[in-house]
Design a protein around this ligand. Structure first.
Ligand code: 0A1
Ligand code: ZN
Length: 885
């Protein structure tokens, strides 16, 4: 196997230097062959800058075999260059524009890393982000080298009737005297090499059209395995809605004549925004009512939009270097979240996004893999496609809307698009646009990009009836994180409301000549006091509304205050948050009680508050479902923060679910019945919300283990006319130790055995059963004919699901869960380091565990760290996870 030699190389932001050489154009000629694909690259290179010192030319490569090299048409003598699999160096190139022709061969069938040119089934495809282009040809493989690409692809007509690359098709035809044919694609927009893509294979396509706001006609095509065309309708519809939304919300129009999406079954991530030719994990394209759940539909819509939005935030304006990854990812996640909020329900979208942030990013930020939104050092960039860069990166952009107001935010975005179109930009340049349009000083704001760790804000409010003032004391701190022992205070925008007795917001007026704009308090000091004047009655504080800042908030709100907010807050996010806070307090207490073998406490007030939300007919069903969903086990563990016993957490949570199911049995059943639908399945948000609430009711009822509830789930499983309801029933059953479970799981496999994406759901369910037999079942399933270590979706469905979504069994007290994950990581690493490293990061919270498990998890991590010939990906995670600071 071709292991990289730069083991342990750290790359540092402070070492950034502009490239010595620029590439004006790239002409690629790729002759596809399953094991020996020949790549001819003709680069027009020119020195960057004013010719100060003569610069050698050093091109990146990885696992390449050089066949021929010409400079300005003449073969380069061997003494004038050095070619290794990982680099091509010309020590003394002419210091002027010249043409370099490079011929390499690569073996796409042997490419199990799925980076560079590889085969997914019989399809040829590429994945170049972040550093995959160097696995195709020698190139200055860095995002600040932007070139115009022309790509000629040639292949056996019978093997690859469809040949695609970035840009517009300019020529195609047969290769005379052979069974081969070719296609030539030209992309007029200069782009970094990571956005290059080509695809070849037997693909069917679904076509549509889009008329842009200036009246240009764009052809839209989605390519899939023949036979899967009917499952592309929702993806195509989502694409058109995303294109229209980007025009209306951001004034961004599509720029080529054609936009293509290709779905492949072997893909390391969700999807990739290659210019004009997005390549997708087929899981995020294919959907029909019978095969996909509401959540699948929602994810497809969001990811199609995300990749499309990259055309402006990522492609037209790209990143100067990989430290700036959040420039494109945080911003594009912010844009796709806003799209989903506009398409669906803003409140529900916000709550779901914050749940995701807390259960992934907050946990990352609290452990040894914590890093700033813009890291300053990396050993393997693939390990930085993280919740911090993506999700916290989106929160940082969102804070600009709160700090500057929505109008200034849009002005800043417009300036960014106008000023930096065609650039490889930095975070400083992005933030400067907002400073320029608003006049604000955003120096302190930059700390959100450089300081890791989740800031903690403590709020203490006190009402003075005589003075009619409400005094709010705020204090902030940022915990130490690896490499950052002490922190500066952050600028924290806190949307605020003072809720009066009738549930309405009281007017906000600050004393002492201070102003409050757009209902947002701005905390900039370690501690500050805000005094609200003319407050006619004792209010209840509603702070960090809409989760305006990604912080941990502690406020002196008693249980009565929280129940009041749950019933009355005008801000739906904080209504939901109030219930979560109540539930979290109880679950943390009960976890301690479980460990002490004590009896769990009941909280009649919480049960009543949940009942009230369920009874409130004015609330949207999807919101009610979220309100009834208890904090996850990982969220509870994060709150406990030390000496965590996952068995106790599980028992506390399951116990509370059962208590809710008992206490609210009647209204839950009533809702379950009322929400049943007879009409055909529609994937829209309102219909999905009704199904979610109905299935949440079912799940709570079944948590009681009562026979009638189990029967209800078993019946729903059988009678369902769509995958959402069938999966929901099966997932409810799978959490209950009843005979119906095995029968339903067998039935499910029998029904869907030949559909890999559905079999993935079956694998996941079995990996997430909270019982001791699960680990052996998971091990046995790795031998099942439906499973393959070579396919990332299968690995994620079975193994990642076990490690991330089954806290109880992964964290078995005997350490067998950790050992299994580590064995898998070591077996997978030589084949696909990116997927192996991601799996290993499931061990990142090991330090918060109780001593027995902590020792076993540490031993497992040490076993990885000590293993010979690790990939940079896995060794980087192992070392950081174990590091002392
Ligand atoms: N830029 C993509 C994510 C992505 C990153 C790395 C990949 O390498 C295998 C693939 C995709 C996105 O944000 O969607
Ligand atoms: Zn992205």
């Amino acid at each position: 196997m071709d292991m990289r030699t730069e083991q342990g190389r750290p790359v540092r932001l402070e070492d950034y230097r502009p490239p010595d050489w620029l590439v004006e154009s790239v002409e690629l000629d790729v002759s596809l062959d399953p094991t020996a694909t020949r790549v001819r690259a003709a680069l027009t290179l020119r020195p960057n800058g004013n010719g100060a010192a003569p610069a050698p030319l050093m091109l990146d490569g990885e696992a390449l075999t050089l066949r021929a090299l010409k400079l300005d048409g003449a073969a380069l003598p061997p003494e004038q260059f050095v070619a290794t699999p990982d680099q091509l160096t010309i020590a003394q190139p002419p210091q002027r524009r010249f043409r370099l022709e490079i011929e390499t061969v690569v073996d796409p069938s042997a490419n199990t890393q799925l980076l560079g040119l590889y085969r997914s089934g019989a399809i040829y495809c590429t994945q170049c982000e972040a550093e995959g282009f160097r696995r195709i040809t020698y190139f200055p493989d860095r995002p600040d080298v932007m070139a115009v690409y022309t790509t000629r692809i040639e292949a056996e007509k019978a093997d690859a009737p469809v040949l695609l690359a970035n840009g517009n098709l300019v020529a195609s035809g047969d290769v005379p005297g052979t069974m081969r044919h070719f296609a030539v694609w030209h992309d007029p927009f200069p782009k970094p090499s990571y956005l290059f893509a080509l695809v070849g294979g037997k693909l069917a396509c679904v076509e549509d059209r889009f008329r842009t706001m200036s009246g240009r006609e764009v052809t839209l095509r989605i390519y899939v395995e023949p036979g899967k065309e009917p499952r592309c309708a929702y993806a195509m519809d989502s694409l058109k809605r995303a294109m229209r939304w980007d025009e209306t919300a951001f004034g961004r129009e599509y720029d080529l004549d054609i936009f293509m999406i290709v779905a492949v079954s072997d893909f390391n991530m969700g999807a990739m925004e290659n210019k004009g030719l997005n390549v997708f994990n087929d899981k995020y394209v294919l959907a029909s009512p019978e095969t996909a759940t509401d959540t699948d539909f929602e994810r497809i819509e969001a990811i199609i939009a995300h990749e499309y939005f990259h055309n402006w935030t990522g492609n037209r304006i790209t990143c100067r270097d990989w430290f700036q990854l959040c420039l494109k990812e945080g911003l594009t996640v912010f844009r796709d979240q806003e799209f989903s909020a506009d398409q669906r329900s803003r409140a529900v979208e916000r709550i779901s996004d914050v749940r995701g942030l807390r259960s992934h990013q907050f946990i990352e930020d609290a452990g040894p893999l914590a890093h700033p939104v813009r890291p300053t050092v990396y050993r393997e960039i693939n390990n930085f496609y993280t919740a911090t860069v993506y999700e916290k990166g989106a929160e940082v952009v969102r804070m600009l809307t709160h700090l500057l107001g929505p109008e200034n935010f849009l002005k800043g975005m417009n300036l960014y698009f106008a000023r930096h179109d065609g650039d490889a930009a930095t975070i400083e340049q992005f933030v400067q646009c907002f400073a320029d349009v608003s006049g604000a000083d955003l120096t302190q704001f930059m700390l959100w990009y450089s300081q890791a760790g989740t800031p903690e804000v403590v709020a203490t409010g006190r009402y003075d009836a005589r003075a009619k003032t409400y005094r709010l004391d705020l204090a902030q701190s940022v915990p130490a994180t690896p490499g950052q022992p002490s922190k500066e205070p952050m600028v924290v925008p806190l949307a605020v409301g003072l809720v009066g007795r009738d549930g309405r917001d009281l007017p906000l007026k600050l004393g002492a000549g201070r102003a409050i704009e757009h209902g947002v308090l701005i905390l900039t000091e370690p501690a500050d006091t805000f005094v609200f004047a003319d407050v006619g009655e004792p209010p209840v504080l509603s702070l960090n509304r809409g989760f305006s800042a990604p912080i941990k908030l502690g406020a002196n709100l008693c249980a009565d205050d929280l129940r009041f907010l749950a019933a009355h807050d005008a801000d739906p996010f904080n209504r939901w948050q109030a219930l979560q806070t109540l539930a979290t307090r109880l679950l943390v207490d009960n976890t301690a009680a479980m460990r002490a073998n004590g009896a769990a406490r009941q909280d009649p007030g919480l049960l009543a508050a949940l009942g009230a939300v369920l009874a409130d007919g004015t609330l949207e069903p999807a919101f009610v479902a979220l309100a009834l969903t208890l904090p996850g086990e990982a969220d509870i563990a994060r709150e406990i923060a030390r000496d965590v016993d996952p068995d106790a957490v599980f028992a506390a949570r399951r116990g509370l679910q059962a208590a809710v199911g008992e206490h609210l049995a009647e209204p839950l059943l009533d809702h379950y019945r009322r929400l049943s639908e007879s009409g055909p399945y529609e994937p829209d948000a309102v219909s999905a919300g009704r199904r979610t609430l109905r299935n949440t009711c079912l799940d709570l009822l079944a948590a009681t283990q009562r026979a009638d509830a189990i029967l209800l789930a078993a019946r729903q499983y059988q009678a369902a006319n769509n995958m959402t309801d069938r999966m929901a029933a099966l997932s409810t059953l799978s959490l209950c130790d009843v005979p119906e479970r095995a029968a339903a799981l067998d039935d499910f496999y029998a029904r869907y055995a030949d559909d890999a994406l559905i079999v993935d759901k079956w694998l996941t369910l079995q990996a997430t059963i909270p019982e001791p037999a699960t680990l052996d079942r998971v091990k046995a399933l790795t031998k099942h004919p439906a499973f393959s270590f070579a396919n990332p979706n299968r690995v994620r469905a079975l193994i990642h699901a076990f490690a991330l979504a089954n806290q109880k069994e992964f964290n078995r007290a005997d350490g067998a869960g950790y050992d299994f994950i580590v064995d898998t990581v070591l077996a997978l690493d030589p084949k696909n380091p990116q997927v192996a490293a991601r799996l290993l990061s499931a061990l990142k919270s090991w330090r918060v565990l109780e001593p027995g498990r902590r020792a076993r998890a540490e031993a497992a991590l040490r076993r990885v760290a000590a293993a010979p010939s690790l990939s940079p990906d896995v060794s980087d995670i192992a070392q950081r996870a174990l590091a002392k600071d």
